[in-house]
Design a protein around this ligand. Structure first.
Ligand code: ADE
Length: 259
């Protein structure tokens, strides 16, 4: 797979991709990243990429011409590409979109805007507008890197153990169970006994229960989107009883007939 990033800050993109798992995956040829400096596609003496907004108002707007020219340059290869504009008003990126991009596209082109925005006409040459969350950043470089990271780690060969990709939060639809490593006791804090037991079935059940507990407490909305098994429903009942005491609805009301 190939990612193309259009930016006026190529070093931000380079820096992140020159460390760790993504660097090694690029070296192994799992995917490639072409960084295109939008400023290289200006034609004026000052290499100007932004200008004042028509109608007035604060801030600067990125000019359309350098971005169109950079895209024309890329399109000369005649290859298919899916073009995203990073913007806080785009649709919100999530794991399902990361999976879709990893499966469907040979080339993903990411246009990172800066300043107060990008000239609206740029939207005529993009396939979708994507936001990484409901907050405003100073530019689209971090969002482009977030998307590259989330998509690239799904490509076979990026992450060593594909199990760690398929078992994790959001792939299964619920949050991840708590993880521990050695030592078994640290400053009086003990690793749960069951994890030291070697009983794989007990460990599996404990992990599922704790993943459900975390999801129930932090992100109950996620539980509405997945199909819960009979075991899940039993575990949730156990969690509720542990946290609130026995379910009142299943107990006979003392006032009901004992008098
Ligand atoms: N540019 C600025 N903020 C952004 C966000 N939250 N997502 C995508 N692009 C952005």
């Amino acid at each position: 797979m190939r990612f193309e990033v259009l930016t006026i800050f190529p070093n931000i993109i380079k820096a992140y991709l020159s460390e760790g798992i993504l660097k090694r995956a690029i070296e192994r040829g799992v995917f490639e990243v072409d960084i295109i400096n939008i400023r290289d596609f200006t034609t004026d003496k000052h290499r100007q990429v932004d200008d004042y907004p028509y109608g007035g108002g604060a801030g600067m707007v990125m000019k359309p011409e350098p971005i169109f020219r950079a895209m024309d340059h890329l399109k000369r290869d005649g290859k298919k590409r899916y073009v995203l504009l990073l913007s806080p008003s785009g649709r919100v990126f999530n794991q399902a979109l990361a999976e879709e991009y990893a499966e469907r596209f040979e080339c993903l082109t990411l246009i990172s805007g800066r300043y107060e925005g990008v000239d609206e006409r740029v939207k005529t040459i993009v396939d979708d507008e994507v936001s990484i969350g409901d907050y405003v950043l100073t530019g689209g470089e971090l969002p482009a890197l977030v998307i590259i990271d989330a998509v690239a780690r799904l490509l076979p060969g990026t992450v060593g153990d594909m199990m760690s990709v398929s078992e994790e939060s959001f792939t299964s639809g619920i949050l991840e169970y708590p993880q521990y490593t050695r030592p078994a006791e640290f400053r009086g804090l003990k690793v749960p006994e069951v994890l030291l037991s070697g009983n794989h079935e007990e460990i599996r059940r404990w992990r599922r229960k704790e993943a459900l507990r975390k999801t129930l407490n932090r992100r109950p909305d996620l539980l509405e989107k997945i199909k819960l098994s009979d075991e899940d429903l039993r575990l949730i009942q156990e969690i509720r009883e542990e946290e609130n005491g026995p379910d009142q609805s299943s107990r006979r009301d003392i006032s009901e007939g004992d008098t």
